[in-house]
Design a protein. Structure first.
Ligand SMILES: Cc1ncc(C[n+]2csc(CCOP(=O)(O)OP(=O)(O)O)c2C)c(N)n1
Ligand SMILES: Cc1ncc(C[n+]2csc(CCOP(=O)(O)OP(=O)(O)O)c2C)c(N)n1
Ligand SMILES: [Mg+2]
Ligand SMILES: [Mg+2]
Lengths: 337, 412, 337, 412
């Protein structure tokens, strides 16, 4: 078993899939010779050639469109969008085409495209390098949407995504590329090497899309989270007197409703945390579903801890970032309700 | 409001009540335009983007280096498909007017664009049509019944009732699905062609869009990607002068041809007479050979005219002279091919009448057969169950439970 | 007081605003000489000139971008997107630019753009002429999002939108352009002339953005709805034994939370209905907020009646459309809970 | 994997370790290119999109019809701004390395593109820059302190801490805000220019983007709208050969210049030596006059070289020869202008040293002053309250309550 950070784990997933399946190709801005601005594709072009790991013009719409055409021609493309903030120029091809193709052709055509996009804040990236748009994509039927929180899941889920015949939007919380981050920017950075989920098999394995994971068992309240927030939740729970059960949602679509409701039925309380802005964010769907399914078990209103409903700021990053303090307060609040 | 505006607003040459005026359409003589080698460099053939490749002259003779020299048999097949496309459209328009189908779009006047191209390509080449290229299906031998069933959303609809009429596709025939969102197929075709190149295969891709749709981002993405990767693709702009109510000047056609966009990207670009099936065929064959021999993409502008309404929801008499079509200087593609064949001695009026009658009968029979598979109002119907299939490859839990819910309501 | 259908009411709003304010301009595909494919801008170019009512190239991204530039130069542009389904090619300019401009320049620049887009189904338009993407836009901070359900509101809200210095995405439920529609396609079409809200003043008035309206008072359950669904709800309530209070949300952003919670606190029950797909739709935000605010008043889980989570179909339109049957069943269900 | 791929992949002429090779850059002789009348028709000046307008020759003389004949005073001002831009960049780079600011992007080597253009425009003209055009601010007389405060996100930051460093704007100075999303400013500038035309005003708009960004949809939209409405706008492509790690061939520059995209839309298009301030000035003035006299838009390609890293997050030695900059055939814009002034007798090495020293002092003083307004770590800070302002014009209820929540936490 190797130790990998999330970048290495993603690289390993792509390396493996390029090796196993000659139809896998990678395309994106700076992904080829350079190996990606976050270095996720480092070394892959050298290893698999320029026609398998392809530098692209700066046109997200063109990148997505071309992968659809490739997918229809039997390839299994992985597109990198340099930052999730830059996915919007490609969104018509994603929503109107990629997500709908199988349906509108009654299964005669489909494009098994994986779209990788680093998301989230905590890197002083300001409003155009910090967004978390998973809520938008989760509303688009025909797309699968996932976000890993550890190197282990990153590799396993990316392998699943590439093998999946449905399009998958794969969000990568860039703040935890190098190590878990618990929301406190003043603490020295920790590396994945000190985290159990930084242990990643060198070879092939997969983590199924559509399954949430209970990352901490607890009795008092269920915390629903994903991406960087899993680590914020773990740190908060570790210090709290509240015995929280923490669920890493991992897959927004399809959503593992069973795992969520089982937990809330046990705890009777639920707090949702995500970096994305609150209003109409993915937390809304989680809250709506949980109250619908677990109404009679709930002892307190489901509470959301989210990015404020403003663009992501540069200066007040830590006031904006939903960190331990806010989560702890929400836990106390639901416990005293 | 008394401001003096300097915003230039394009004006079509004629509005309702005006005399049609196509003086703006620059037309070359038939046979006049050179035919470069397929491996010529773009900068040595830029004039092709401004001239107009024409083979058929006013006396219906086929002239010059672009003459594809189709044999009698090929000409007869082409004519048959042209007629089939026209007759099919007429019939479906009537069916829409009678309430049998919900919507329809005709290709009237621009049939040669599809038929000429499809006949010049290989069966393994992948086609990415717009909604006004149903001729591609005919020219690839599709049974009209299949298309009618789609328009009827009946039990044999290839789309299983999920798309509006005319949004056909044909996986086996290598014809891609039509999207309601204009232009999206253009860069997808480039991606398909890139995949062909990646795999080292011979098959190329071809795509079509309207001149109005060239303003969309997809057009630019297609040209950029095609140029950068030298993708084996033929990108066709069908300039039928109108985009619903706006004439081609609103897409930027006032100062330049649409083919003229290509050379700036380093793409071979040819403007042609879209109502001259021989020109369409010849240029497509040239472009296909260019693509197949590793010489990269070609952009083709087909100059033609949308003779009918935009769709069954449209009334063109509100924005253009009613009879504009009659003044169109490039004539009617069916009439021109027919005359050419007659002049060549391969065809007669009597045989033509017979052809039209045969095709009418085929379309009538097809319609009858299509109806046996149901319509929106008469069974057999599609299974409601299908509504939830194909969103994903495997139906996920939440859709299973929504399906159950729906079926519950249906049973009430 | 005149009688207008919704098209005429929208036309009247634009006519008035073009007349009152020389900075108002209209731009969109086919909006000029032709008067729009739905005829909402009919006659306006003739009246105000080609440089005020402008036909555009078919490029939604270019249309939105150019209105941003115009707005920055002091104009007050109204952009028409021919169908809401075609808004995606312009979404990067909406999300990354229009919605963020004021924030990122600390108020030094802004663009008071109104984007009109006919939305919703019920017209046999299939998947690319029937979508309801309001949920996506409601998640984008910096945008206001509204949808009227009557000619009176359409005119009043559109005037407010045009006068607003913030960008407004204005969705028009095209199924009720000509008359209210209660969800039953077999009934003869009714016209706005027979509806009280088809009475529309000829002159200037406005309906404020950010206020919901109680369109029917009731004691048993609150129905939250907007657009076409208001009429479905009214028809359902009229036939039901359940005494429903119906709220026309009208403004998704800002949301009039007070009016919603006041009602649910009274009724203790809540059903949400919208045409958009359910998963992560705007109903999720409504449900999440209502349960958060009214938890202790709720006697049954909040229930959502929505478009199924599939693309909008052509053939099975009425199986898909959330109509009276489904709403009635939901009412019964929450009452018996 | 043994597939024979036919996908063309563009290759830069040199990678790390290779000898730099700029043989692909086509360069005209200084003074050689014609200067047409500003009302010339596009089709009569297409060659301008392929040639390269240059005024300064290798002996530093100013030659030919494009010589703008700037007077000594103007030349000195230009030189001062060039030096200020360079020195400012150097200083801010150091400040970033020392952790005082979070991020930075230099314009090194391409300063003339901004300074030359800004000096040729009117103060009422609206500028839509990319992130590598900070020179526009200097040339419009902006106090460097303002820009530094933005980079520091301090209490005087014009963006109130909401944007990353270098995302400046200046409403009074008519310089638009910079977006992180590439290219979006291009069609916005066209919209601004359309508004100017609608209002009958004289002011024009100018916008800049990198050659890599031409692949984005916004580029196409800008050109289409500019052409259709003949908007009074100058659209500048800064071809600095690189887009992060990909060379200009990946944006489609292998076969054609970027200026060559323009004529296909019917837009006047000029390629020029972007390191020759006189050429930039002259062509911008020509384009501005063209726009202002109702002759429509101009597309300008500035051929230059990104001498520094893409940003402080980038390490160019991973993808291009370390010393590539030294082989750049068009030299350094500051050095070239300085030599020209010396050759003309207007300038001396000593005066130049003095200028550099003065500017260094100004920048030092400015930095000190900027710091008095705080930094990310030292007060005075921005008011946290501001986080919730300007999302909307008036703060709505839900943001008021979120603000209260946040302030609650801060008090803990
Ligand atoms: C993205 C998008 N925007 C707008 C429309 C609405 N629309 C449908 S057809 C059409 C005109 C297209 O004109 P053109 O491209 O010239 O094709 P033609 O109809 O002439 O064949 C428009 C604006 C659409 N379908 N998709
Ligand atoms: C829409 C979008 N996609 C990708 C990026 C990431 N990105 C930032 S700068 C850059 C390269 C731009 O190159 P170019 O346009 O040539 O400008 P230059 O940096 O050379 O001045 C890229 C890809 C972005 N900011 N926005
Ligand atoms: Mg057309
Ligand atoms: Mg560049």
């Amino acid at each position: 078993m190797a130790r990998m950070n999330m970048i290495q784990a993603l690289n390993s997933a792509m390396d493996l899939m390029l090796g196993r399946d000659p139809d896998v190709v990678i395309i994106g801005e700076d992904v080829g010779y350079f190996g990606g601005v976050f270095r996720c594709t480092e070394g892959l072009q050298r290893k698999y050639g320029e026609h398998r790991v392809i530098d692209a013009p700066i046109a997200e719409g063109g990148i997505i469109a071309s992968t659809i055409g490739m997918g229809v021609h039997g390839l299994r493309p992985v597109a990198e969008i340099q930052f999730a903030d830059y996915i919007y120029p490609g969104i018509d091809q994603i929503i109107s085409e990629l997500a709908r193709l199988r349906y509108r052709t009654a299964g005669d055509f489909f494009a098994p495209v994986t779209i990788r996009a680093p998301c989230g804040g905590g890197i002083r990236g300001g409003q155009t390098h910090s967004q978390s748009p998973e809520g938008i994509f989760s509303h688009v039927c025909g797309l699968k949407v996932v976000m890993p929180s550890t190197p282990y899941d990153a590799k396993g889920l990316l392998i699943s995504a590439i093998e999946d015949d449905d399009p998958v939007v794969f969000f990568e919380p860039k703040r935890i590329y190098n190590g878990p981050f618990d929301g406190d920017p003043d603490k020295p950075a920790t590396a994945w090497s000190s985290h159990p989920k930084g242990e990643v098999p060198d070879g092939y394995y997969s983590v199924p899309i559509g399954r949430a994971e209970v990352v901490r068992e607890g009795e008092d309240v269920t915390i629903l989270c994903y991406g960087t927030m899993v680590h914020v939740a773990e740190a908060t729970a570790a210090r709290s007197e509240v015995d929280a059960e923490i669920i890493d949602v991992r897959s927004m679509v399809p959503l593992d409703v069973g795992t969520l409701t089982k937990s809330v039925e046990k705890t009777g309380r639920c707090v949702i945390i995500h970096e994305a802005t609150r209003f109409s964010g993915f937390g809304a769907e989680l809250a709506a579903t949980v109250q619908e399914e677990c109404f009679y078990y709930l002892e307190a209103p489901i509470t959301r801890v989210c990015g404020w409903d403003t663009p992501y700021p540069h200066a007040f990053e830590w006031e904006y970032f939903p960190g331990q303090k806010r989560l702890a307060a929400a836990l106390d609040q639901v416990m005293s309700a | 409001m008394a401001r003096k505006s300097r915003l230039h607003i394009p004006h079509p040459p004629a509005r309702p009540g005006d005399r049609p005026d196509f003086g703006y359409v620059e037309i070359s003589e038939a046979g006049e335009v050179d035919r470069p080698e397929v491996n010529s460099r773009v900068k040595h053939m830029e004039s092709l983007a401004h001239d107009m490749v024409r083979v058929l002259d006013d006396q219906h003779a086929a002239l010059g280096p672009w003459n594809p020299h189709l044999d009698t048999h090929e000409l007869q097949i082409a004519l048959r498909y042209l007629v089939l496309s026209r007759v099919f459209d007429e019939r479906m328009l009537r069916m829409q007017r009678q309430g049998n189908i919900s919507f329809y779009m005709q290709s009237t006047g621009e049939e040669a664009v599809s038929i000429g191209a499809a006949m010049a390509l290989q069966p393994s080449d992948m086609l990415f049509p717009s909604y006004r290229n149903s001729g591609l299906h005919f020219a690839r031998g599709r049974n009209p019944v299949d298309l009618m069933c789609q328009c009827l959303s009946n039990s044999k609809d290839m789309c299983k009732g999920r798309q509006m009429p005319i949004m056909y596709h044909w996986a086996r025939g290598k014809i891609f699905s039509i999207s309601g969102n204009l232009g999206t197929q253009f860069p997808q075709a480039v991606g398909w062609a890139m995949a062909s190149a990646i795999k080292g295969e011979d098959a190329i891709a071809a795509a079509w869009l309207g001149e109005g749709s060239t303003a969309e981002a997809d057009f630019h993405h297609a040209l950029t990607f095609a140029a950068v990767y030298q993708a084996p693709v033929i990108l066709n702009i069908v300039n039928n002068q109108w985009a619903i109510s706006t004439f081609q000047g609103f897409a930027g056609g006032e100062r330049r041809s649409f083919a003229a966009r290509g050379p700036g990207y380093g793409i071979a670009s040819i403007r042609l007479d879209g109502n001259d099936l021989l020109a369409v065929h010849a240029v497509t064959r040239w472009a296909a050979e260019r693509a197949r021999t590793g010489n990269g993409p070609t952009l083709i502008e087909h100059v033609t005219y949308r003779a009918a309404a935009h769709s069954t929801s449209d009334d063109p008499s509100r924005y253009r002279p009613k009879d504009e079509w009659r003044s169109w200087p490039l004539g009617d593609p069916i009439e021109r091919l027919k005359r050419h064949m007659i002049v060549q001695g391969d065809w007669t009026e009597a045989r033509h009448d017979k052809l039209v009658a045969d095709v009418r009968e085929l379309v009538d029979e097809s319609w009858k057969e299509a109806l046996t598979h149901g319509s929106m109002t008469e069974g057999p119907f599609l299974d409601k169950y299908e509504l939830f299939e194909d969103v994903f490859k495997d139906i996920p839990t939440h859709l299973i439970s929504q399906r159950e819910q729906m079926l519950g309501f249906e049973e009430d």
